[in-house]
Design a protein around this ligand. Structure first.
Ligand code: MG
Length: 331
C-alpha cells in the first residue's frame, strides 16, 4: 500500500518528488524537464483542443483513463488533419489513490504518446482531500501541426461517401459492462486507440478527407447528425453495412440501447469523394483497429439536416441525435 498523500500536492518537496519520480520518469522530455513556468515550443499552423477525463472505473477492458486522456486529445487533433505535437497534462488526484495505480496510468500515457509522436511539455498536479474528486480526473490540452488544410464538418456535399473506421459502440458497451459487473463470456473491449497513425497513412496515400470526426460521446448518430446540420445536407446510411460486433449487439439487446448512440474512443467517421473509397478502405484495413472499416452511406440532397437509415428491406427511418444521458462519466 502506497497511497498518494495530500502533501504530495503541496508545491514543496513531496510534490517535487511525485513529479520527478513518477511523471518525469515516464513522460520526461527535454522541454518538460526544463520545468519552466511555460513550455516554449516550435510549431507551424496549429490546431488546438482540450478535454477532461473522468471515466469510471479508471481501468476497463481495452484501456484506462491514462490511455483515454492521450487518445482523446490527440484524436481530436488528428481529425482536423493535424499531427499531435505538444500536450499539457493536469491531474486532480484524490488523497489516498494508490501510487502503483497512478504509475500504471502514467505508463499508459507514455505508450500512447509514442504512437502519436507527441510529448507532454507542461503540466500540473493537484492532490485534493478524500471525497473532493472520485480518485482521479485528468485534463489534457493539445497542439497539433496542420498537415492537411480544409478538413471541415461544413464541407460535405451531395454525392460524398461516408466511411466508418471500425465496428461501433465498443467503448460505451465496455464501460457499461465494467460498471455493472456484467461478465461476458465473449471478449468485449473498448475500441480506445490513437487515430493519428491511420490519418497519417490516409493522407500519405493521397486521400483527401472532406471531414473526419471521432465518434465519441453520442456515437455515430451524433457525428452524422452534426454533419448533416452543419453542412445542410442529408445523409443516407445502409443499416446492414454498419459494422457492429456480436458483443455490442448483445449488450444492446440486453439493455435496449442502440449501437449508433454508444460512445467510441478509437473509431472515426470519414467523409470523402466516392472515387477514393476503395483506396481509403484498403489503407484503413491494414490497421488492426480498423480491420472492420466499411463504406456505410452517402451524402444526399434530400432530407437536409437529417440522417436516414435504410434497412435491408428498403424501409427508411430517421436516425435521431441522441438525447438524455445514457452513461455518465464514460470518458
Ligand atoms: Mg472529437
Amino acid at each position: 500500500m502506497n497511497p498518494i498523500l495530500l502533501a504530495q500536492g503541496n508545491g514543496g518537496n513531496e510534490n517535487r518528488d511525485l513529479i520527478e519520480n513518477l511523471f518525469y520518469k515516464h513522460l520526461g522530455n527535454e522541454t518538460l524537464l526544463k520545468s519552466e513556468d511555460a513550455a516554449v515550443i516550435e510549431a507551424g499552423r496549429l490546431a488546438f483542443t482540450t478535454d477532461s477525463f473522468t471515466v469510471s472505473p479508471l481501468i476497463f477492458a481495452g484501456g484506462d483513463i491514462g490511455k483515454l486522456s492521450i487518445c482523446g486529445t490527440c484524436n481530436d487533433l488528428a481529425m482536423m488533419g493535424a499531427q499531435p505535437k505538444y500536450l499539457s497534462l493536469a491531474m486532480m488526484i484524490e488523497e489516498g489513490l494508490e501510487h502503483e495505480l497512478l504509475e500504471s496510468i502514467t505508463r499508459s500515457m507514455a505508450k500512447e504518446l509514442e504512437k502519436n509522436g507527441a510529448q507532454v511539455v507542461t503540466g500540473d498536479t493537484k492532490v485534493v482531500p478524500k471525497g473532493s474528486v472520485d480518485k482521479l480526473f485528468i485534463t489534457t490540452t493539445g497542439i497539433g501541426e496542420i498537415v492537411q488544410n480544409g478538413i471541415s464538418s461544413q464541407g460535405l456535399t451531395p454525392g460524398d461517401a461516408i466511411i466508418v473506421s471500425g465496428s461501433i459502440g465498443r467503448h460505451g458497451a465496455a464501460i457499461f459492462a465494467a460498471r455493472e459487473g456484467i461478465e461476458l463470456q465473449s471478449r468485449l473491449t473498448s475500441d480506445a486507440a490513437s487515430l493519428w497513425p491511420l490519418v497519417d497513412a490516409l493522407l500519405q496515400g493521397g486521400i483527401k478527407p472532406v471531414a473526419m470526426r471521432d465518434a465519441t460521446r453520442g456515437g455515430l448518430a451524433a457525428v452524422l447528425n452534426e454533419w448533416a446540420q452543419q453542412s445542410q445536407v442529408g445523409i443516407a446510411v445502409e443499416e446492414s453495412e454498419v459494422p457492429v460486433s456480436k458483443e455490442v449487439q448483445g449488450i444492446c439487446e440486453l439493455l435496449g440501447f442502440e449501437a449508433y448512440n454508444l460512445a467510441n474512443e478509437g473509431t472515426f467517421v470519414l467523409a470523402l469523394k466516392k472515387d477514393q473509397v476503395p483506396d481509403a478502405l484498403d489503407i484503413l484495413q491494414r490497421f488492426e483497429c480498423a480491420a472492420d472499416a466499411a463504406y456505410i452511406g452517402e451524402v444526399t440532397r434530400e432530407h437536409r439536416g437529417r440522417v436516414i437509415l435504410e434497412s435491408a428491406w428498403k424501409t427508411q427511418r430517421f436516425l435521431e441525435m441522441p438525447s438524455g444521458e445514457l452513461l455518465p462519466r464514460i470518458c
